[in-house]
Design a protein around this ligand. Sequence first.
Ligand code: ISJ
Length: 363
Amino acid sequence: MSDTPKDLEGLRQRIDQLDSDIMRLISERAECARSVAETKTKDDPQAVFYRPEREAQVLRRIMELNDGPLDSEEMARLFREIMSACLALEQPIKVAYLGPEGTFTQQASLKHFGESAISLPMAAIDEVFREVEAGAVNYGVVPVENSTEGVINHTLDSFMDSSMRICGEVVLRIHHHLLVSDNTRRDKVSRIYSHPQSFAQCRKWLDAHYPQAERVPVSSNAEAARLVKTEWHSAAIAGDMAAKLYGLTRVAEKIEDRPDNSTRFLIIGNQDVPMSGDDKTSIVVAMRNQPGALHDLLEPFHRHQIDLTRLETRPSRSGVWNYVFFIDFKGHRDEPRVAAVLEEVQVRAAELKVLGSFPMGVL
Ligand SMILES: C=C(O[C@@H]1C=C(C(=O)O)C=C[C@H]1O)C(=O)O
């Protein structure tokens, strides 16, 4: 900026002035969001204030507008927190996530809803589903697939028996560290705790660096971190949140075998999300056990030129559901092209359930 002062005192005065301006504008924004909330409840007393499609649009716009020097993701993260605080002013969102505290799922929940949401750890994926179904919380966050290790079957299976809808997705880069406590004898590590998925994601590194150490699988990375606190000969593989929560030190950082290791999480709820302009749809389809079933199922997607982003098969759990396919594709169920495909699939399938259309993950 041309009128930016050059001396330290002048620069600090300028920063104070800018902070006052930013604060005034944030307050004005919060008032605006509050008025939106009032308008929503006037039309419908049961209205949900949180709008995933609108939040995705706000964040995408910020990323497009940003000219630096902060990078666009950083800028969007700041706005994520502003929106989170604005929303909490009216109605703090309650979120259940696959716990315990310190898991990557908690990190995904924070990334998606911001720090002002109230988040509650659950012991298992189906408990997250149950809490949302029972109305005890507004949304749930569960992992669904990892780029190295593949699909999380518990999550897919939970959808089969549930009426929950998918309202959003979050992709998180997963960095694992080898962690020890102050009491650990680093040269005597004979046991390493972690979640089986994390062991699988760090297998080569462990074979190279700790071939002799016993690998003990536990229910979560956070649990692994907790156990290390009490044993002088043990280490844990876990992420930053767990390390911070239990005050552990990183002996080796980013030990995952693949540098692009990431996990996709789903936001589940009981609301149908309108179009945001860049959306995905998830469906689960049962086909009859006959030759060419998979071809028949996929043919309409090909003909309407719809991009499939994922296809998973799960064993069926009832007579009708001979083959069960989970399919993700680009587009929203309200788009005519997508609606046409869904109609065709409906005719060919033994059963079709649309799990939801939702904004593509922004952050
Ligand atoms: C303000 C609104 O409500 C909520 C708050 C938002 C915000 O602070 O920008 C965006 C979407 C909603 O979660 C709205 O719907 O526009």
